[in-house]
Design a protein around this ligand. Structure first.
Ligand code: ZN
Length: 318
């Protein structure tokens, strides 16, 4: 915000010069680099929203490095410094990234802080599957709610609109540009949501066996049922008895594909798949994207399109 106060005086000074008839058109056409809002974001999907809405008019600091895990992120001293220099922060609170919340508590009041969890309807953590042992994993928010809100494209739309409203109030002069950008991105997400709805309408199985409990919002949105393999125990691997319980539940639901994540070892998914004679396929929870994939043009939307193709195949949808 400090920058915007400054920008306001620069703009005023320029208009005064213009009014005096000493305007130099080449000067006024030069983009003022101080016009940039600096926005800190919690992790990748939020970065895509903010970049989508803010366009070139914003500078983004992603607190989670490319390819890094967002859950329980530990901020580096450099990231804390970056955070301190931000005008706005979009984060996921309630214990998702305690080190971010701790740093936010020390920021001055004029930094706009938006907890995106406040913009959507939260789901409770799904009860643990009967027959599995150990504690539920550590990916639980205060209030026993599930943090993985971004896997539902409809939540992404809601968050995009919230980001648009926040940016517009922080930089009213850019309101029209933010609205236009947001409308484009919401259009992409709406098409994605429509594709999920249509293509997952008629499937032989509606049960997704996932490697960790990241897909409840997606399952809830498109009438699927999630059986997570992890989400049984935070640090140690599920015991054989728990894996058997997962396999039995999967078999009862006609599961023929067990999903894994590229970012984690897939041996547990393979164990369950072997037990029930199923195949495995990738399903990405979009918690992070490596720099290589970003450079290759991978986006939230493109990953979700790949996820949808995996689901259509794995659930035998027609
Ligand atoms: Zn997760």
């Amino acid at each position: 915000m400090r920058r915007f106060v400054l920008l306001g005086s620069v703009a005023l000074a320029l208009s005064v010069i213009a009014a005096c008839g000493s305007d130099d058109s080449s000067d006024s056409a030069t983009p003022d680099t101080t016009a940039t809002l600096t926005i800190a974001v919690a992790f990748y999907p939020v970065e895509e929203i903010v970049r989508g809405v803010g366009g070139d008019g914003v500078q983004i600091v992603d607190l989670t490095p490319p390819g890094g895990a967002p859950h329980d992120l530990e901020l580096t001293p450099q990231k804390v410094t970056d955070l301190e220099g931000a005008d706005l922060v979009f984060y996921i609170g309630r214990g998702f990234q305690p080190s971010v919340e701790k740093a936010l508590a020390g920021l001055p009041d004029n930094v706009i802080k938006v907890d995106l969890l406040d913009t959507v309807t939260l789901l409770p953590v799904t009860p643990q599957l009967a027959g599995t042992e150990g504690e539920v994993d550590g990916e639980v928010l205060e209030g026993n709610t599930d943090p993985h809100i971004w896997v539902d494209p409809a939540n992404m739309i809601t968050m995009t609109k919230a980001v648009e409203a926040t940016l517009a109030s922080a930089a009213p002069s850019e309101k029209a540009a933010f609205a236009s950008n947001a409308s484009d991105y919401v259009g992409e997400l709406t098409a994605l949501d429509g594709a999920f709805t249509t293509q997952l309408k008629t499937c032989e199985s509606r049960t997704i066996v996932t490697s960790h409990r990241a897909f409840e919002y997606l399952a809830n949105r498109y009438d699927l049922k999630q059986i997570p393999i992890a989400g049984i125990s935070p640090d140690e691997e599920p015991d054989p008895k728990s894996l058997e319980a997962v396999a039995a539940a999967a078999k009862a639901d006609g599961v023929t594909t067990v999903f894994f994540e590229e970012q984690v070892p897939k041996d547990l998914s393979e164990t369950v798949a072997r037990e029930i004679g199923a195949t495995t396929d990738a399903l990405d929870p979009i918690e992070s994207i490596t720099q290589d994939r970003l450079d290759a043009g991978t986006t939230y939307v493109s990953i979700q399109e790949a996820n949808l193709a995996s689901l259509v195949k794995g659930l035998r949808c027609t």
